[in-house]
Design a protein around this ligand. Structure first.
Ligand code: AMP
Length: 397
């Protein structure tokens, strides 16, 4: 059984075709600059050279058609026809307050995705376009929506409600949703399996990439997560501020004579490690600048580690303990110094990193010492595989 996984951005489409017999990737690729001049598809098949097609893709529909042509091509393809695809799984950013789990797409599901456009203005329209493009290209094939917000729907009211007038929750469903849900779900479950933890283990996952979030879960069920109504709250990210005092918005708007939309743009795109350091949103560049004596880069990294350590402390309190702490995504999987610095805050929990075990990148591994009171693990995230598993489960039962 083969599952096609689709992840649409506003001008991009990523895909993977996964053979679910052994969960191997048969083909993957990326369509870039959809709706912009110079659009192209780069298709990758293990053991073959990359296949690059430069062709106009005015919408996601043409992109999907090109992906289908690449997958079934006699020279570069991996399947004879799209009949070999069991179902298609789509990453969808926001399922609002409606969907607590992944679901097979029908007209009602599409309506909800549409209703959540204002909660996910960059992603939800593109996600819906991807679904509709697949429906047009492969009529009758089942599409599954896997929501980034589903994992956070497991939280209790005390964790997801903001202390603002309740009517805003009632009227507009203003609440904490949390994002990177597919990654948090995958990593927390994988940690229990790989770390041979008890079924109801208390796990904290630090998803540290360009976007970053921390979650707490018990037995794979979300207790709390750092992102909120939108993917802006929480820890410091590449370009996003994470938590700020909302008064700062009004203060800067008044002084700079800008409106709240411009201010949100600054908090989303010009803040975080980029804004603090003035160097880059890429943690490798900031690390290099700090090593060369750049003070702002150093304080940016210090603040980054400190904020993550604070979240780990808060989530340990929320769960009354922690069995495992996991690192994942670009920074979490690749930056051993960052993992070490964050764990250095956690001596009070009995966390002890084993330097040699920690000297790895992108591999599933326990990196804590044998006498550490909490297991610390590196668990590479695999959102595509998580989406494929959900899709298979929903379409073959
Ligand atoms: P992601 O969003 O998960 O793809 O993560 C992307 C981020 O990972 C980039 O912005 C980099 O800052 C970071 N990253 C990747 N490799 C390294 C590394 N070796 N050291 C530090 N940061 C890294």
């Amino acid at each position: 059984m083969k599952i096609l996984v689709i992840n649409c951005g506003s001008s991009s489409l990523k895909y993977q075709l996964i053979d679910m017999e052994n969960e191997s990737v048969l083909a993957k690729g990326l369509c870039e600059r959809i709706g912009i001049n110079g659009s192209m598809l780069t298709a990758k098949v293990p053991g073959k050279p990359d296949y690059v097609v430069e062709k106009d893709m005015p919408t996601h529909k043409e992109a999907i058609e090109l992906v289908m042509a690449a997958l079934t091509s006699a020279d570069h393809g991996v399947i004879k026809s799209t009949d070999e695809i069991t179902a298609v799984g789509h990453r969808v950013l926001h399922g609002g307050n409606t969907y607590t789990e992944s679901i097979v797409v029908n007209e009602d599901v599409k309506k909800v995705i549409r209703e959540c456009f204002d909660l996910g203005p960059l992603h939800n329209p593109a996600n819906l376009m991807g679904i509709e493009a697949c429906e047009a290209a492969m009529p009758g094939k089942k599409n599954v929506a896997v929501f980034d917000t589903s994992f956070g729907m497991g939280m209790e009211e005390k964790a997801y409600l903001y202390a603002i007038p309740y009517e805003y929750y009632e009227k507009y469903k203003v609440r904490r949703y949390g994002f990177h849900g597919t990654s948090h779900m995958f990593v927390s479950r994988e940690a229990i399996k790989f770390g041979k933890l008890k079924k109801d283990a208390k796990v904290i996952v630090c998803h540290l990439g360009n976007g970053a979030s921390v979650s707490a879960s018990i037995g794979g069920k979300c207790v709390d997560t750092s992102m909120g109504l939108a993917p802006l709250e929480g820890v410091i990210m590449g370009t996003r501020s994470g938590d700020v005092d909302p008064t700062i918005l009004q203060f800067i708007c008044n002084h700079e004579k800008i409106d709240v939309n411009q201010m949100l743009n600054i908090l989303n795109k010009k803040s975080g490690i980029l804004g603090m350091s003035g160097v880059s949103s890429d943690f490798r560049d900031v690390g290099k600048a700090a090593a060369e004596g750049n003070k702002r880069a150093q304080v940016g990294l210090d603040a980054y580690d400190y904020r993550i350590a604070k979240y780990i402390g808060a989530y340990t309190a929320a769960m009354n303990g922690v069995d495992a702490i996991c690192f994942t995504a670009g920074v979490g999987e690749n930056d051993k110094e960052c993992r070490k610095r964050i764990c250095a805050y956690l001596g009070y929990l009995g966390v002890k990193i084993d330097e040699e075990r920690n000297n790895i990148r992108g591999e599933e591994r326990v990196i804590s010492a044998d006498d550490s009171k909490v297991k610390v693990m590196l668990i590479p995230t695999n959102e595509e595989l998580a989406i494929a598993r959900e899709t298979l489960a929903l379409t073959t039962k």
